[in-house]
Design a protein around this ligand. Structure first.
Ligand SMILES: C[S@@+](CC[C@H](N)C(=O)[O-])C[C@H]1O[C@@H](n2cnc3c(N)ncnc32)[C@H](O)[C@@H]1O
Length: 193
């Protein structure tokens, strides 16, 4: 699918306004204003705002195997897939450290959604140490060519430009007094790119 196709599908499937565009340099840019529909259904600290998963799913109707990394209490009814979290009590598919993902058969997945803690203070809430984002991105290099990574954060993670193409950036606004966040969309490059 081209990005024009993905955006057209997003508009049709969600009914939201066209707020994503392919810029002249070929990259997707845009803004999501979550409006009144921003509450976290599970009430889990740092959980995805309502509507986030529906939006991402609408961009990737072609994806067959989805992996939620830093999965927390992700709403799998909104976007089915397998899950990875360090916290065993959340019953993820894989209890694993996102910085290694050694238990996860990454070559089987074609889409990863990642939602790491954004700061040391956030990590304290989960009783984990702050992740090294570049190490997570290195582990994700075991994804197959063409797989996408949708990374929600306040920081652009360091990544190897020969391993990933940065295909899109989306700014996400919730309501007053919530932090802004950014979504970076990466595609795993093939060997001959
Ligand atoms: C921001 S929350 C994710 C919330 C999720 N998007 C949701 O909707 O519920 C971050 C999650 O990352 C997990 N986590 C923290 N460090 C981790 C690590 N190194 N590897 C895997 N999971 C980790 C925490 O246990 C927490 O559940």
């Amino acid at each position: 699918m081209t990005w024009e196709d993905r955006i057209a599908h997003y508009v049709k499937a969600t009914g939201f306004p066209r707020s994503l565009f392919v810029s002249e340099d070929g990259r997707v840019v845009g803004t999501w204003i979550m409006g009144n529909n921003y509450r976290v259904k599970s009430t889990y600290y740092g959980g995805y705002p309502a509507g986030y998963l529906r939006r991402v799913r609408a961009l990737f109707p072609d994806k067959k195997r989805v992996l939620h990394v830093f999965s927390g209490k992700v709403d799998l009814s909104a976007f089915p897939g397998d899950t990875v979290d360090l916290n065993e009590s959340l019953n993820p598919t894989y209890v694993d450290d996102a910085q290694s993902l050694l238990r996860v058969p990454l070559p089987e997945y074609d889409l990863v959604l990642a939602d790491p803690p954004y700061s040391v203070e956030d990590a304290d809430h989960y009783q984990t140490t702050m992740v090294k984002r570049n190490v997570v991105m290195r582990a994700l290099q075991r994804l197959p060519a063409g797989a996408h990574v949708v990374w929600l954060d306040q920081v652009l993670p360091m990544y190897r430009k020969d391993a990933f193409a940065q295909e899109g950036v989306i700014g996400m606004w919730k309501s007053t007094n919530h932090r802004f966040r950014g979504i970076t969309i990466f595609r795993r490059r093939g060997p001959n790119e």
